[in-house]
Design a protein around this ligand. Structure first.
Ligand code: CA
Length: 243
């Protein structure tokens, strides 16, 4: 028997419980991110405009651990929000979201004071990994978890984006990596196809739950013998168990 509810993704072993602020004018994306991040036990505040986001992020003692900041906002650019915060000496880590991926955008974002940069569409697992990395950077202390996930012979190093089995590196696509991360974060839990889609696939990209079956198949192949640790749970989805 696994501990906790099988349908509940909240009870991960690597819980950070950060205080996050999402500044994003896309209502659907903002609500979805808030829900998924709250499921991971973060405290999440939201703003739909640059001005509101700036006000919350600059509130003295507000204690935001990481700011998720969209560049394309209705009233001002996310770049302007970042510049204003930095000019005021506010050093909250900023993860910038953008619809475009050009070297120019990346440099401009980093110049404006962003600490990291994520291009839409992205998967939740990718966003969450970046957030944890940024949170760790500023909140070093005894509660900070290892950025490594390990179940049996499989080790996933979030920071280096590296997977090894018995210390031998395994090449995975970004989707396979996100999928494996989801399994490793919730060992011995049956995960539904919808849960895996929510966490490992980019938001807003039309995919059917069958895509999960295909990618689990690829992932099992690439993991070799360790692939047998990913079991099919009839009528539900999949579960990763060691032994
Ligand atoms: Ca936007």
């Amino acid at each position: 028997m696994s501990g906790g509810s099988q349908r509940d993704l909240r009870f991960g072993a690597y819980d950070l419980g950060m205080h996050l602020l999402i500044v994003e004018d896309d209502d659907r994306l903002r609500r979805l991110l808030k829900r998924l991040l709250e499921e991971q036990r973060h405290v999440v505040e939201v703003a739909a405009t640059g001005a509101d986001g700036y006000d919350i992020a600059s509130t003295p003692g507000g204690g935001i651990d990481v700011l998720i900041l969209d560049i394309g906002l209705p009233d001002m650019s996310g770049l302007d929000v970042a510049r204003r915060l930095r000019r005021e000496g506010i050093e909250v880590p900023i993860l910038m979201l953008t619809a475009r991926d050009t070297v120019g955008d990346r440099v401009t974002g980093l110049d404006a004071g962003a600490d990291d940069y994520l291009v839409k569409p992205f998967a939740f697992a990718e966003l969450h990994a970046r957030l944890r990395a940024l949170g760790r950077r500023t909140q070093s202390g005894p509660r900070r978890p290892e950025p490594r996930l390990k179940v049996g012979p499989i080790v996933l190093d979030e920071t280096r984006r590296l997977v090894t089995i018995d210390d031998k590196p395994v090449e995975l696509s970004p989707r396979e990596f996100a999928l494996l991360e989801c399994f490793l974060r919730h060992p011995d839990q049956a995960l539904t196809r919808d849960q895996l889609l929510d966490h490992a696939w980019p938001f807003g990209v039309a995919v059917t739950p069958n895509a999960v079956d295909a990618y689990v198949h690829y992932l099992r192949d690439k993991l070799g013998d360790a692939g047998q640790m990913i079991r099919t749970v009839r009528g539900v989805g999949y579960r990763l168990s060691d032994g």
